[in-house]
Design a protein around this ligand. Sequence first.
Ligand code: PLP
Length: 411
Amino acid sequence: MNIDEIIALDKADPLAKKRLEFDLPVDTLYLDGNSLGALPKSVKSRVAEVVSQQWGNDLIKSWNKHNWIDLPIKVGEKIAPLIGAAKGQVICCDSISVNLFKLLCSALTLSSDRSVVLSTKDNFPTDLYMVQGLSDLLGPDLCQLQLVEEQLIQQSMTESVAVLLLTQVNFRTGKLLDMAKLTQLAHDKGILVIWDLAHSAGALPVELDKCQVDFAVGCGYKYLNAGPGSPAFLYVAKHHQTAVKQPLSGWMGHANPFAFEPEYQAADSINQFQCGTPSVLAMSALDAALDVWQDVNMQQIRNKSIALADLFLGLIHMHECLHDLILCSPNTAKQRGSQLAFSHNDAFAICQALIEKGVIADFRAPNILRFGFTPLYTSFEDVWQAVTTLASIVETELYKADRFNISLKVT
Ligand SMILES: *Cc1c(COP(=O)(O)O)cnc(C)c1O
């Protein structure tokens, strides 16, 4: 591969023009959109408008005039096609952690004769922490966490398991689980399934309805590009919506919040999964960020994501000095999400040196260097540049300098 061939790849890329819809800093090469998506230009103007016009000028009238009250459902419906969900099943609210609490309780009440929540040891910690907290609250007769290695999921699906809680794309390794197969196997054993889509929504095609998934959660600030602390979303399959009950029974989930009745009565739709007042500024940002997806299909995203990662791997192999980077992601693209992870003893320092050189990747303890590929705004030339920079940092041992070996609060 030479640079001319790489420039030709960008020329032939049907998604190349999407990059213009983002406000990317010059001299920065961003391979961390899997942690915090880049800023869409549409978000900048929308947030300015919501602050100065809607809030500043129209004040409280905006709840009706600008439909603030319907933002959670409106934004949910915009996310739905990206994750293969028909109408009325997705709502935008709270964080993944809080939404998991609601869905775990819902699922456990639906299968009240069972108490085990089965998950994987290397699941994202907040998912596991939320089960642990719920288990402390309810006691082990109603909720207990069982953790297994990924390859033992199938054989651990027993009659005592109420809920299978899985993240589709592993946050460290990028390994992609087979949603259709695992959901089917769980259902065969009478187990309900909650999928965490933090690293899949906006990264690859997801088919929640087709896979007959019961519940799902996902993130607004990663591949959906809605900014730090952006609200999350949740999915509840239509056929569960009349039977479920979630315990965070705030007024926004009430059938009629503005009747101000003393008795809680849940809405009979996906609205029942809201709790308190929506974060209007942040949700408006997500609403605007989702416009970027209007003329994109997820298969295009997937094809480019695979091509970017395969190019990255190919270029790594061409550099002798990079052979100490051990790939922790699956070798085959079909088994990966939209990121690559490598282990290296000096992963932290290498990551810091990359950042100083303008290539933003991230580090995950204990020794993992992660590169995220976001087909909307990552170019093939970015990949070439990133690997060239990485090779020079490793070859010259620049990363050994003291300034790259100071620990940080957020990594
Ligand atoms: C990023 C991420 C989260 C984040 O949860 P929040 O409560 O929204 O902060 C949860 N789960 C997974 C798998 C993640 O990657």
